[in-house]
Design a protein. Structure first.
Ligand code: AMP
Ligand code: MN
Ligand code: MN
Ligand code: MN
Length: 285
Protein backbone atom coordinates (compact mmCIF):
# COMPACT_ATOMS: atom_id res chain seq x y z
CA UNK A 1 0.00 0.00 0.00
CA UNK A 2 1.15 3.46 -0.86
CA UNK A 3 1.61 5.69 2.17
CA UNK A 4 2.15 8.88 0.18
CA UNK A 5 -0.81 10.78 -1.28
CA UNK A 6 -0.09 14.11 -2.97
CA UNK A 7 -3.50 15.01 -4.43
CA UNK A 8 -6.86 15.46 -2.69
CA UNK A 9 -9.65 17.98 -2.18
CA UNK A 10 -11.49 19.48 0.78
CA UNK A 11 -14.73 21.46 0.88
CA UNK A 12 -12.67 24.64 0.37
CA UNK A 13 -12.91 23.69 -3.33
CA UNK A 14 -15.04 20.78 -4.60
CA UNK A 15 -14.34 18.09 -2.00
CA UNK A 16 -17.04 17.01 0.42
CA UNK A 17 -15.09 16.94 3.70
CA UNK A 18 -13.66 19.77 5.75
CA UNK A 19 -9.84 19.96 5.73
CA UNK A 20 -9.84 18.51 9.24
CA UNK A 21 -12.13 15.55 8.45
CA UNK A 22 -10.21 14.88 5.24
CA UNK A 23 -6.80 14.64 6.93
CA UNK A 24 -8.22 12.55 9.78
CA UNK A 25 -9.68 10.12 7.23
CA UNK A 26 -6.36 9.88 5.37
CA UNK A 27 -4.40 9.27 8.58
CA UNK A 28 -6.88 6.61 9.73
CA UNK A 29 -6.42 4.81 6.41
CA UNK A 30 -2.65 4.64 6.65
CA UNK A 31 -1.48 7.70 4.69
CA UNK A 32 1.76 9.01 6.20
CA UNK A 33 2.51 11.98 3.96
CA UNK A 34 -0.29 14.01 2.41
CA UNK A 35 -0.68 17.13 0.29
CA UNK A 36 -3.97 19.03 0.27
CA UNK A 37 -4.41 20.29 -3.32
CA UNK A 38 -7.68 22.19 -3.56
CA UNK A 39 -8.55 23.77 -6.92
CA UNK A 40 -7.33 27.38 -7.17
CA UNK A 41 -7.30 28.10 -3.42
CA UNK A 42 -4.93 27.85 -0.46
CA UNK A 43 -7.67 28.41 2.10
CA UNK A 44 -7.71 24.94 3.68
CA UNK A 45 -3.97 24.56 4.17
CA UNK A 46 -3.53 25.88 7.68
CA UNK A 47 -6.35 23.78 9.18
CA UNK A 48 -5.11 20.73 7.28
CA UNK A 49 -1.51 21.25 8.45
CA UNK A 50 -2.65 21.57 12.04
CA UNK A 51 -4.69 18.37 11.80
CA UNK A 52 -1.83 16.47 10.16
CA UNK A 53 0.43 17.53 13.00
CA UNK A 54 -1.98 16.27 15.63
CA UNK A 55 -2.42 12.99 13.71
CA UNK A 56 1.37 12.57 13.44
CA UNK A 57 1.56 12.53 9.63
CA UNK A 58 3.66 14.70 7.31
CA UNK A 59 1.90 17.52 5.52
CA UNK A 60 2.69 19.21 2.20
CA UNK A 61 1.12 22.55 1.22
CA UNK A 62 -0.43 22.11 -2.21
CA UNK A 63 -2.83 23.55 -4.77
CA UNK A 64 -4.29 22.38 -8.11
CA UNK A 65 -4.22 25.24 -10.60
CA UNK A 66 -6.68 25.36 -13.54
CA UNK A 67 -4.88 26.07 -16.83
CA UNK A 68 -5.92 26.57 -20.45
CA UNK A 69 -3.43 25.11 -22.93
CA UNK A 70 -4.86 26.07 -26.27
CA UNK A 71 -8.37 24.67 -26.13
CA UNK A 72 -7.43 21.99 -23.56
CA UNK A 73 -8.07 22.49 -19.84
CA UNK A 74 -5.15 21.18 -17.80
CA UNK A 75 -4.59 20.89 -14.07
CA UNK A 76 -1.18 21.68 -12.61
CA UNK A 77 -0.42 20.74 -9.02
CA UNK A 78 1.82 23.01 -6.99
CA UNK A 79 3.47 21.06 -4.17
CA UNK A 80 5.47 22.52 -1.26
CA UNK A 81 4.25 26.02 -2.09
CA UNK A 82 4.53 28.84 0.43
CA UNK A 83 0.92 29.92 1.07
CA UNK A 84 2.02 33.40 2.13
CA UNK A 85 3.73 34.17 -1.19
CA UNK A 86 1.80 37.01 -2.80
CA UNK A 87 2.15 36.34 -6.56
CA UNK A 88 0.75 32.82 -6.29
CA UNK A 89 -2.10 34.07 -4.09
CA UNK A 90 -2.84 36.89 -6.57
CA UNK A 91 -2.78 34.48 -9.52
CA UNK A 92 -5.30 32.23 -7.78
CA UNK A 93 -7.55 35.22 -7.05
CA UNK A 94 -7.58 36.00 -10.77
CA UNK A 95 -8.62 32.42 -11.62
CA UNK A 96 -11.33 32.31 -8.95
CA UNK A 97 -12.79 35.59 -10.17
CA UNK A 98 -14.02 33.88 -13.35
CA UNK A 99 -15.83 31.00 -11.65
CA UNK A 100 -19.01 32.76 -10.62
CA UNK A 101 -19.52 34.25 -14.10
CA UNK A 102 -19.01 30.84 -15.66
CA UNK A 103 -21.49 29.33 -13.18
CA UNK A 104 -24.10 31.86 -14.30
CA UNK A 105 -23.54 30.80 -17.91
CA UNK A 106 -23.78 27.09 -16.98
CA UNK A 107 -27.08 27.76 -15.20
CA UNK A 108 -28.47 29.51 -18.30
CA UNK A 109 -27.56 26.50 -20.42
CA UNK A 110 -29.26 24.16 -17.95
CA UNK A 111 -32.30 26.40 -17.90
CA UNK A 112 -32.58 26.13 -21.67
CA UNK A 113 -32.69 22.35 -21.11
CA UNK A 114 -35.63 22.82 -18.76
CA UNK A 115 -33.66 22.70 -15.49
CA UNK A 116 -34.40 25.78 -13.41
CA UNK A 117 -32.71 27.03 -10.25
CA UNK A 118 -29.36 25.33 -10.71
CA UNK A 119 -27.26 28.40 -9.86
CA UNK A 120 -28.75 28.76 -6.39
CA UNK A 121 -28.67 24.98 -6.03
CA UNK A 122 -24.97 24.78 -6.85
CA UNK A 123 -24.10 27.83 -4.76
CA UNK A 124 -25.87 26.34 -1.76
CA UNK A 125 -23.47 23.39 -1.96
CA UNK A 126 -20.32 25.50 -2.34
CA UNK A 127 -18.62 26.70 0.82
CA UNK A 128 -17.28 29.68 -1.07
CA UNK A 129 -19.18 31.17 -4.06
CA UNK A 130 -15.87 32.07 -5.72
CA UNK A 131 -15.06 28.36 -5.82
CA UNK A 132 -18.31 27.14 -7.37
CA UNK A 133 -17.44 24.34 -9.78
CA UNK A 134 -19.04 21.82 -12.12
CA UNK A 135 -18.86 19.35 -9.24
CA UNK A 136 -21.33 21.48 -7.26
CA UNK A 137 -23.69 21.60 -10.25
CA UNK A 138 -23.39 17.83 -10.60
CA UNK A 139 -24.16 17.30 -6.90
CA UNK A 140 -27.17 19.58 -7.20
CA UNK A 141 -28.46 17.67 -10.26
CA UNK A 142 -28.12 14.41 -8.29
CA UNK A 143 -29.74 15.83 -5.13
CA UNK A 144 -32.68 17.26 -7.07
CA UNK A 145 -33.30 13.97 -8.88
CA UNK A 146 -32.45 15.17 -12.41
CA UNK A 147 -29.76 12.50 -12.78
CA UNK A 148 -29.00 9.37 -10.80
CA UNK A 149 -25.30 9.97 -10.14
CA UNK A 150 -22.33 12.27 -10.73
CA UNK A 151 -21.10 10.33 -13.73
CA UNK A 152 -24.41 10.81 -15.53
CA UNK A 153 -24.45 14.52 -14.65
CA UNK A 154 -21.14 14.92 -16.52
CA UNK A 155 -22.12 12.57 -19.34
CA UNK A 156 -25.44 14.28 -20.02
CA UNK A 157 -24.81 17.92 -19.15
CA UNK A 158 -21.52 19.13 -17.71
CA UNK A 159 -18.74 17.22 -19.45
CA UNK A 160 -16.64 18.71 -22.24
CA UNK A 161 -18.85 19.65 -25.21
CA UNK A 162 -22.06 18.50 -23.49
CA UNK A 163 -25.07 20.89 -23.53
CA UNK A 164 -24.23 22.76 -20.30
CA UNK A 165 -20.47 22.89 -20.84
CA UNK A 166 -19.14 26.44 -20.87
CA UNK A 167 -15.64 26.86 -22.21
CA UNK A 168 -13.57 29.02 -19.94
CA UNK A 169 -10.19 30.73 -20.15
CA UNK A 170 -8.17 29.67 -17.09
CA UNK A 171 -4.53 30.66 -16.51
CA UNK A 172 -1.70 30.23 -19.02
CA UNK A 173 0.52 27.21 -18.46
CA UNK A 174 3.68 29.33 -18.11
CA UNK A 175 1.97 31.63 -15.60
CA UNK A 176 0.75 28.74 -13.43
CA UNK A 177 4.20 27.12 -13.36
CA UNK A 178 5.80 30.51 -12.68
CA UNK A 179 3.48 31.23 -9.73
CA UNK A 180 4.16 27.79 -8.25
CA UNK A 181 7.93 28.05 -8.62
CA UNK A 182 7.89 31.64 -7.40
CA UNK A 183 6.25 30.36 -4.22
CA UNK A 184 9.08 27.85 -3.75
CA UNK A 185 6.97 24.94 -5.03
CA UNK A 186 7.30 22.13 -7.51
CA UNK A 187 4.96 22.05 -10.53
CA UNK A 188 3.42 18.65 -11.29
CA UNK A 189 1.16 17.98 -14.27
CA UNK A 190 -1.97 16.32 -12.82
CA UNK A 191 -3.59 13.17 -14.32
CA UNK A 192 -2.09 13.41 -17.84
CA UNK A 193 -4.18 10.43 -18.93
CA UNK A 194 -7.39 12.42 -18.54
CA UNK A 195 -6.85 14.99 -21.26
CA UNK A 196 -7.68 12.71 -24.16
CA UNK A 197 -4.42 13.57 -25.95
CA UNK A 198 -2.87 11.31 -28.55
CA UNK A 199 0.72 10.14 -27.83
CA UNK A 200 2.31 12.81 -30.03
CA UNK A 201 0.33 15.62 -28.37
CA UNK A 202 1.08 14.21 -24.93
CA UNK A 203 4.77 14.24 -25.83
CA UNK A 204 4.47 17.88 -26.94
CA UNK A 205 2.69 18.77 -23.70
CA UNK A 206 5.30 17.07 -21.52
CA UNK A 207 8.18 18.79 -23.37
CA UNK A 208 6.52 22.19 -23.17
CA UNK A 209 5.65 21.65 -19.51
CA UNK A 210 9.29 20.79 -18.78
CA UNK A 211 10.72 23.68 -20.77
CA UNK A 212 8.45 26.08 -18.83
CA UNK A 213 9.87 24.80 -15.52
CA UNK A 214 7.59 21.86 -14.73
CA UNK A 215 9.35 19.16 -12.74
CA UNK A 216 7.09 16.13 -12.52
CA UNK A 217 3.95 14.44 -13.82
CA UNK A 218 1.34 12.48 -11.91
CA UNK A 219 1.87 8.84 -12.85
CA UNK A 220 -0.30 7.03 -10.30
CA UNK A 221 -3.76 8.53 -9.71
CA UNK A 222 -7.28 7.15 -9.44
CA UNK A 223 -8.41 8.07 -12.96
CA UNK A 224 -5.43 6.34 -14.64
CA UNK A 225 -5.80 2.87 -16.09
CA UNK A 226 -2.79 0.51 -15.84
CA UNK A 227 -2.10 1.46 -19.49
CA UNK A 228 -2.12 5.18 -18.60
CA UNK A 229 0.33 4.50 -15.75
CA UNK A 230 2.68 2.68 -18.11
CA UNK A 231 2.44 5.28 -20.87
CA UNK A 232 2.89 8.27 -18.55
CA UNK A 233 5.75 6.57 -16.67
CA UNK A 234 7.60 5.80 -19.90
CA UNK A 235 7.17 9.30 -21.27
CA UNK A 236 8.25 10.84 -17.96
CA UNK A 237 11.39 8.68 -17.91
CA UNK A 238 12.17 9.50 -21.54
CA UNK A 239 11.89 13.24 -20.94
CA UNK A 240 13.58 13.37 -17.54
CA UNK A 241 10.44 14.32 -15.60
CA UNK A 242 9.91 13.07 -12.06
CA UNK A 243 6.81 11.15 -10.97
CA UNK A 244 4.08 11.86 -8.44
CA UNK A 245 1.22 9.87 -6.93
CA UNK A 246 -2.11 11.00 -5.52
CA UNK A 247 -5.65 9.69 -5.14
CA UNK A 248 -7.52 12.88 -6.25
CA UNK A 249 -9.94 12.01 -3.44
CA UNK A 250 -13.05 14.25 -3.37
CA UNK A 251 -15.66 12.48 -1.26
CA UNK A 252 -16.33 9.14 0.43
CA UNK A 253 -19.35 8.63 -1.85
CA UNK A 254 -18.03 9.90 -5.16
CA UNK A 255 -14.36 9.05 -5.33
CA UNK A 256 -13.00 6.23 -7.42
CA UNK A 257 -10.39 5.46 -4.81
CA UNK A 258 -10.29 6.02 -1.08
CA UNK A 259 -7.18 6.98 0.84
CA UNK A 260 -4.67 4.19 1.28
CA UNK A 261 -5.57 2.36 -1.94
CA UNK A 262 -3.04 3.88 -4.33
CA UNK A 263 -0.66 1.66 -6.24
CA UNK A 264 3.09 2.11 -5.87
CA UNK A 265 4.97 4.08 -8.52
CA UNK A 266 6.59 1.83 -11.13
CA UNK A 267 10.22 1.24 -10.00
CA UNK A 268 11.63 3.00 -13.08
CA UNK A 269 10.09 6.30 -11.92
CA UNK A 270 12.02 8.98 -10.06
CA UNK A 271 9.69 10.04 -7.20
CA UNK A 272 9.12 13.79 -6.95
CA UNK A 273 9.49 13.49 -3.15
CA UNK A 274 12.86 11.69 -3.29
CA UNK A 275 14.90 14.51 -1.79
CA UNK A 276 12.19 16.17 0.28
CA UNK A 277 13.11 16.55 3.95
CA UNK A 278 9.52 15.64 4.93
CA UNK A 279 9.97 12.02 3.87
CA UNK A 280 13.29 11.28 5.53
CA UNK A 281 11.43 9.35 8.17
CA UNK A 282 10.11 6.56 5.96
CA UNK A 283 10.25 4.61 2.72
CA UNK A 284 10.95 6.65 -0.38
CA UNK A 285 8.68 4.74 -2.75
P1 AMP B 1 -14.39 22.78 -12.87
O1 AMP B 1 -13.00 23.12 -12.37
O2 AMP B 1 -15.44 23.61 -12.23
O3 AMP B 1 -14.47 22.75 -14.36
O4 AMP B 1 -14.72 21.32 -12.35
C1 AMP B 1 -13.86 20.27 -12.63
C2 AMP B 1 -14.09 19.18 -11.62
O5 AMP B 1 -15.20 18.39 -12.00
C3 AMP B 1 -12.93 18.21 -11.55
O6 AMP B 1 -11.96 18.69 -10.67
C4 AMP B 1 -13.59 16.96 -11.04
O7 AMP B 1 -13.64 17.01 -9.61
C5 AMP B 1 -15.00 17.06 -11.56
N1 AMP B 1 -15.22 16.19 -12.72
C6 AMP B 1 -14.85 16.40 -13.99
N2 AMP B 1 -15.27 15.38 -14.78
C7 AMP B 1 -15.92 14.52 -13.98
C8 AMP B 1 -16.61 13.28 -14.17
N3 AMP B 1 -16.73 12.73 -15.40
N4 AMP B 1 -17.17 12.67 -13.10
C9 AMP B 1 -17.08 13.22 -11.87
N5 AMP B 1 -16.45 14.38 -11.62
C10 AMP B 1 -15.88 15.02 -12.66
MN1 MN C 1 -12.32 18.45 -8.56
MN1 MN D 1 -7.85 17.66 -11.66
MN1 MN E 1 -7.90 17.09 -8.29
Amino acid sequence: MHTIDLHCHSDRSDGALSPRALIERAAARGVRMIALTDHDTLEGLSAAAETAKSCGIDFINGVEVSVSWGSVTLHVLGLRVDPSESRLAAGLVSIRAGRLRRAEAIALRLESKGIAGSLSGALALAANPEMVSRTHFARHLVASGVVKNMKTAFQRFLGEDKPAFVRHRWSALGDAIGWIRGAGGVAVLAHPGRYGLRPVRLHTLFSEFKSLGGEAVEVVTSSHTPQDVEQVANLACALGLRASAGSDFHSPEESWLDFGQLRELPPKCDPVWRDWPECRSFTRH
